[in-house]
Design a protein around this ligand. Sequence first.
Ligand code: MV4
Length: 665
Amino acid sequence: MFSKILIANRGEIACRVIRTARRLGIRTVAVCSDADASAMHVALADESVRIGPAPARESYLSIPRILDAARATGAEAIHPGYGFLSENAEFAEACAAAGVVFIGPPPAAVRAMGSKAAAKALMERAGVPLVPGYHGDDQDAEVLAAAAAEIGYPVLIKASAGGGGKGMRVVARADEFDAALALARGEARAAFGDDRVLIERYLTRPRHIEIQVFADARGNVVSLFERDCSIQRRHQKVVEEAPAPGMDPGRRRAMGEAACAAAGAVGYVGAGTVEFIAEDGAFYFMEMNTRLQVEHAVTEAITGQDLVEWQLRVASGEALPLRQEDLRIDGHAIEMRVYAEDPARDFAPSVGTLHHLRAPAEGARVRVDTGVRQGDAISVHYDPMIAKLIVHERDRDACVRALSGALAQYEIGGVQTNLPLLRAIAAHPAFRDAQLDTGFIARHAEALLRPPPPPGREVLAAAVFRRLRAEQAAARAAGGDADPWSPWALATAWRLNGEGWQDFAVRIGEVEHVLRAHLRPDGGFSLGLPEGPAEVSAADAGEGVVALRVSDTGTRLRAVMQGDVVSVFRDGVLTEVRFLDPLAPSGADLAAGGRVLAPMPGRVLDVLVEEGSHVERGTVLVLLEAMKVQMRIVAPADGTVAMVRCRPGDLVEDGAELVSLAASD
Ligand code: MV4
């Protein structure tokens, strides 16, 4: 076994590999970009090497820099993780040339599976079932059209060089074929520099079922059974589970044997995944991923094996730890991928600081694989996945219930996340009934992507409580009252009929509200709401938890403050309440876009406008250095600069107001 390995990756997979290495007594070397110098994977490793600037091309994708780091630290082997250089045959060859073991398959196997058409030809010869289709060398348009007619419409045109759904085109009828072919070729050329295509019968409601295989260098190949990864969004997996619901032992054996034959046909060694699409009891080879996959944890859960340990053993020349007949399925596991992305902006990555991060408690049934901690940033440079939540239970029903329970404990503030979508999937009757196929999210979009309901009075009360307490603390710090928690200590409170009252202008989503709180001498308050006043008593229960009694009902929820925003979590569901400066112009006066905020923490390099400047949408206002790169902060709309709120050299928080704009008159 190796005594020291280098992990050529970052984030959760680097952390996950380091944990297993440590358990096996193997020393670990992390590599990092300048943006990751204090990242979790670096903190976890025994040693680390800075290999370049934030852009992956100059760091995590740089073969010479990674090999230099391996040489400098004396690492005997390199684990590539997934993504980055994990399926790069040149990297595997460069490792060999440098005398370092690549913890992955032989370069020839990576190459053989790299071209879709060539892989299909190989698989056909190995007896692996293929979707009826054409993957020949002759790319003449008439030959392709004749093949499509022979296959039968609808057909799917795919880029031969492609993968992951890029450059695919569905053709419904023969008279649409020529136009679709031209478009598909153009896309393939642009994306892969190769315009060859293949044609397949189009399956309309397929499931994505993949088989985890493992091979050693002595000719042994086993299947660690299947995963169902049908629930995807734009070819990005969201939910993965094992075993696949409805799989019977006969089909499991047939798919396992086909996958092992696929691996055998290319001389595979190490961890690999053979992807199939399945429809109406049949299954067809799609592609083989020559790496450890993100979703390997569900296979680990149901087999009780550590696949990274298997990778390390196989790469160091050992035989597979188990034979096929020793492998069993125990229970059911589901993984959900938690992403920093904004459902309100079509799931664009949501960059910023993870101001608040509380994962569900881990244990025998719940596993959370992550590479970030509270206070870390999600940047534009890397994948926005925050964590993988993996739940393992005795059967699928129990697993889905436990998953919902774990999701209700997941609290993330500072960036937008897909947690609302994940909760909606876990709660959806079609998911509970295991009605899975690749159209799941699109079909149930209305229920899954519904905007959140307006926050309840408990959420509003908790936000007001947190803000009041902060104002009282500020008043005390300013040397105020003898009793700092007395509402009378509030410099900002108004008095009416012997009671203090205070109006809070807040924005929740796009909507502004005024919350009037009548402060009681006992520290409680009465909150004026459209449906009538609510009597609130509240106390801090530690760690941001507010023990709340609204009218007669008691609840506990968490409310944490970051600048002007109070993030309230109820069963994990986040409501962000932004307290507006009562002296600032209201949103209605800011048709031009109002406050321009720092998207992440950084340093102001330059301010390019001054008060009174007329700006157009897109005018650069401020240059900000964040995560070691310069960002241009631009005007979101035409307007006039009402106030410049930063100066060159300022260190600004995520969400700090840099410039305020007013509509031009
Ligand atoms: C297909 C298909 C239907 N028929 N091939 C998408 C990514 C690539 N790995 C294969 N993909 C598909 N190939 C035929 N002949 C439908 C898909 C597909 C899909 C497959 C797996 C998971 C999600 C998907 C979403 C849309 C389309």
